[in-house]
Design a protein around this ligand. Structure first.
Ligand code: ATP
Length: 203
């Protein structure tokens, strides 16, 4: 029997005393992109946060390579790159410093990865600008470049297309395709279509 890379079984989550989703199951393998769709409040962000172990699930399991992620929380977090609604960038650091710090924290400080990600997201000329001076879309691009430079196997992306212009949306699709082609996987909450995605409607 082949074990899926990521296997979510019977996952349930409550927020504010109310069940947000119940008995959710799916599997994901290398090279697969899952798009979480559905109405506002249907639980897309909650599911991403549960997968990142930022909110507890009250039932069910998340398995990575057949092992329950709660048995090795740090190991699982090391597999993840996260793009949230709030980008989590440090405003006083430059774009390049933000990405380099994240790489160092992961023990994956490859200068080439940084340069490739900056170029891919059209940030070469903004690399030395403090993040607090960037526009919303430029900050979003910097946060995506940080994900792309991370070498994480699993990308968790919350509304990755938000605030992006057409060129940046194209850059995201290209980065995602390269990540998937290299054997990565990704889960994205989105209100807009993502090329090549399998869709899980949370409504
Ligand atoms: N910290 C919290 N406390 C109480 N309720 C919460 C909390 N976070 C989320 N919720 C509730 O959980 C439900 C799911 O929210 P969630 O943010 O996961 O939805 P979503 O599908 O990502 O929505 P959107 O499309 O608006 O981004 C909503 O009803 C929301 O009000």
């Amino acid at each position: 029997m082949t074990i899926a890379l990521l296997e979510v079984s019977g996952l349930s989550c409550r927020r504010g005393g109310r069940r947000v989703f119940d008995a959710l199951s799916f599997t994901l393998n290398a090279g697969e992109l899952l798009a979480l769709t559905g109405r506002n409040g249907s639980g897309k962000t909650t599911l991403l946060r549960a997968l990142a172990l930022l909110v507890p699930a009250d039932k069910g399991s998340i398995r990575w390579r057949g092992q329950d992620v709660s048995d090795d929380r740090e190991g699982w977090r090391g597999e993840l790159a996260w793009l949230g609604h709030l980008e989590g960038l440090k405003g006083d650091l430059t774009v390049a410093e933000n990405i380099a710090v994240a790489q160092r924290l992961r023990g994956q400080a490859e200068a080439a990865d940084l340069d490739i990600a900056l170029t891919a997201f059209g940030l070469a000329k903004l690399a030395q600008r403090p993040v607090r001076t960037l526009s919303a879309g430029q900050r979003r691009r910097a946060a995506l470049a940080r994900v792309a430079a991370s070498r994480a196997t699993t990308w968790l992306l919350d509304e990755p297309l938000n605030a992006l212009d057409a060129a940046a949306r194209e850059a995201l699709q290209t980065a995602l395709a390269a990540h998937l082609a290299a054997g990565g996987l990704a889960i994205a909450a989105t209100h807009a279509p993502l090329a090549g995605a399998r869709v899980l409607d949370m409504s």
